[in-house]
Design a protein around this ligand. Sequence first.
Ligand SMILES: Cc1cc2nc3c(=O)[nH]c(=O)nc-3n(C[C@H](O)[C@H](O)[C@H](O)COP(=O)(O)OP(=O)(O)OC[C@H]3O[C@@H](n4cnc5c(N)ncnc54)[C@H](O)[C@@H]3O)c2cc1C
Length: 402
Amino acid sequence: MTYDDDGNHYGFTLSDELIMIRDQVRRFMRDEVKPIEDKLPHDATHCDPADEARLRGIAEEMGLGRLNVPAEYGGQENDCMIRCIVNEEASKCRLGGYRPALGAIRRGPPNIIWRGTPEQVHKYGIPCVEGDMTGYIAITEPTGGSDPRNNIQTRAVKKGDKWILNGRKMWITYAGVSDWGVIFARSREAEDGRPPEITAFIVEPSFPGISFEPIPVIRPLYPYEITLDNCEVPEENLLGEVGAGFGVAEQWLVAGRMPYAAGCIGMAQEALDMACGWVKQRSSQRGLLADKQAIQWMIADSETELRAARMLVYEAASASDRGENAKILASACKLFGTETAFRVVDRAIQMFGGMGVAREMPLERWLRELRIKRIGEGPSEVHRMVIARDKLKNTDGGVYFG
Ligand SMILES: Cc1cc2nc3c(=O)[nH]c(=O)nc-3n(C[C@H](O)[C@H](O)[C@H](O)COP(=O)(O)OP(=O)(O)OC[C@H]3O[C@@H](n4cnc5c(N)ncnc54)[C@H](O)[C@@H]3O)c2cc1C
């Protein structure tokens, strides 16, 4: 067993560098982001652009501004462990992972742009790091997001030096407020038992035939529906090879699952820590809440589950950083991290009683956010299916049935 400098013990040793980064992010959130947040309305998703620019400047000075950028493009390499550590800490603030907080540190576009041509990287990727440009990824459609390989109905047809896109995308985060996005479309139908061919395209809001409509949901940051009506995309905006789209998407999705889970764990850890502070000073039936067994069990279960979820994230992230195929571990992280975090925040609300659902507290906002996290990036059922299929395929029955 090893210990970090807060006295937490881990079966997993965080390097000195990771501990330093975690502490830097923690200080940044406490000293710079929280004072700004404290002045914002409860459901704010952004702050004053001047404040955001100042946060970005501070993050850059601290050396935290380019964690999401590959070294060949002047960044600090896109190391999954670092992204997880950063996400966990950054998500502990009320804005929980939104642009002013997390965006200041992990500046950068959706990571699949780094797989583009040098021209695409310089046109779309670098301005997200050095300027204010933002991007989105649009895979999901009204026909269903759980099985995109078969459910993507948006069609892409080549006409001269352009591709013509027709279809609709649903639930796309940041789509209506971004400078560009990546759309996944069918460039060839399924045939001879083979799935349809999916290709990725970079689109801009100024392209003819593209429009956006916000979809109100339970969290303040609304996703968008995108309509593509004979949308014209120039040939040079093809991202990757024709037909390679699903490989591009899957790589992006798998790489995002560990930091996604880590962010959820951060929110839940903060909720649990807040609840511990509360029950140590709140009384009922002539005794502190902290002394009641019912409360202690909620605390014990929550702390245990969060540690297990964090270990899973570290295991998956380090496997990914070693270049191993982390697909199954990433599904396990996403499943267990999001489900655990939701349960823990729900218990924290219970311990707070009425105060738990008060809008002056971040807890109810985190609960709404975590409700989405159990659906976005693949619902829990789909990750269970992926893990179970792999287990059944690779396990022979153990000692008795093998
Ligand atoms: C707020 C928000 C933001 C989002 N942002 C983006 C984004 O930026 N880009 C993007 O591309 N997508 C985005 N999504 C879409 C998200 O990835 C999909 O909602 C998700 O993949 C599920 O797809 P669906 O909603 O179509 O549900 P369906 O695919 O219709 O599934 C409905 C339910 O059926 C169950 N289910 C599905 N398949 C199975 C199965 N095989 N076995 C058992 N049960 C199953 C699950 O419980 C699932 O929740 C976002 C969604 C939300 C809510």
